[in-house]
Design a protein around this ligand. Structure first.
Ligand code: EPS
Length: 353
């Protein structure tokens, strides 16, 4: 019973990425510059590759918004892939355009190539790469930006930061690690944090496993390409005792207050009014300029993994994607708890702290 729903479509080198969003109230102001700025944030970060020099992502809204405001209809967002110009024939939907150019048969370890080709019975691994590629996170960030505009009405705001790249934790060391990996034809992963502030108490639920907000957030972030772990709250939880970890409860100005936030804003699967704080780890990108050993699925002979072009490190971009995914989950929770058909149905005064 989701209230904020969206579906995306589009391939990495196809014509465009598309999303249809459903469930937002009417009369919500849609600031296109804000959406485009979020897209720009996702394209940035040290260690991005050649593709980002081609793309300059901007959104086109083709339904659901008139004169800058929603009116209750589904919203369609489109981002055109500039690189499609170079791939028109290769990505054509027409059978008469068939070409083997850019098709490939060698699995990249760590990518979706092997399992995807078995699952969908594809001999050309491009048919798996195109949709499993992290390119689609561009349109997800656009959807997340729309969710953020909804959350803004309630004063709810997100942010993110990179905490670690490989072993490096200082900014200088992170840059250096990326430079070294790039020179070696290698890739690096890392750790990032996302925080959301000004949340009302009681989003999520303690009564069913599938309504617990910590579970929903973990799923939303874990399913971003290359994310391998998600922790809510203090990442040192394993080493801490109960008396050290749990956030003691006080009263300040007649309100419940905490001096610590080890729980990361969630207790019993519900928001407790503190900031939501989540850390996640992204694995190194699997497309390596210095390829790993693999197998050619056409001949079953050993060979080297496929390489075209890749990023060295995309942890910063990943943190922006995570912010967007969390915005979608929180927008859904706000709609479930307070849902209305138009912005005027919400008592926004109630959310002012
Ligand atoms: C990706 C491979 C690269 C990345 C891409 C994700 O694309 P290309 O093969 O076109 O060089 O740049 O990420 C994006 C295009 C993006 O917008 O983030 C992959 O294989 O997942």
């Amino acid at each position: 019973m989701e209230k904020f729903r969206f579906l995306t479509a589009g391939e990495s080198h196809g014509k465009c990425l598309t999303a249809i969003i459903e469930g937002l109230p009417a009369n919500l102001e849609i600031d296109v510059d804000f959406i485009n700025n979020e897209l720009k944030r996702r394209q940035g970060g040290y260690g991005r590759g050649g593709r980002m020099k081609i793309e300059s992502d901007t959104v086109e809204i083709t339904s659901g918004v008139r004169f800058g405001k929603t009116f209750g209809a589904p919203i369609t967002l489109v981002i055109y892939n500039k690189d499609f110009e170079n791939w028109q024939k290769i990505m054509s939907s027409l059978p008469e355009d068939y070409t083997e150019e850019k098709s490939f048969t060698t699995y990249r370890p760590g990518h979706a190539d092997f399992a995807g080709s078995v699952k969908y019975n594809q001999k050309d691994l491009r048919n798996i790469l195109e949709r499993s590629s992290a390119r689609k996170t561009a349109i997800e960030v656009a959807v997340g930006a729309v969710a953020k505009l909804f959350l803004k009405q309630f004063g709810i705001k997100g942010s993110s930061k990179v905490l670690q790249i490989s072993n490096a934790t200082s900014e200088d060391d992170m840059y250096k690690a990326i430079d070294e990996a790039k020179a070696a034809g290698d890739t690096l992963g890392g750790k990032f944090e996302v925080a959301y502030e000004n949340l009302p108490v009681g989003l999520g639920s303690c009564v069913h496993w599938d309504r617990k907000l910590d579970g929903r957030l973990a799923q939303a972030v874990m399913s971003i390409p290359a994310v391998k772990s998600v922790t809510i709250g203090n990442p040192n939880v394993c080493e801490m005792s109960g008396s050290e970890y749990h956030d003691e409860i006080f009263v300040q100005d007649g309100k419940i207050s905490r001096k610590t936030n080890n729980a990361g804003g969630l207790e019993g699967g519900m928001t407790n009014g503190e900031n939501i704080v989540l850390t996640a780890v992204m694995k190194p990108i699997p497309t390596l300029r210095k390829p790993l050993n693999s197998v050619d699925c056409a001949t079953m002979e050993p060979t080297q993994a496929h390489f075209e072009r890749s990023d060295t490190c995309a942890v910063e971009a990943c943190s922006v994607v995570a912010e967007a995914r969390i915005a979608c989950v929180l927008a859904n929770e706000i709609l479930l708890k307070f849902g209305g058909d138009c912005v005027e149905d919400y008592n926004l005064e109630k959310f002012k702290k």
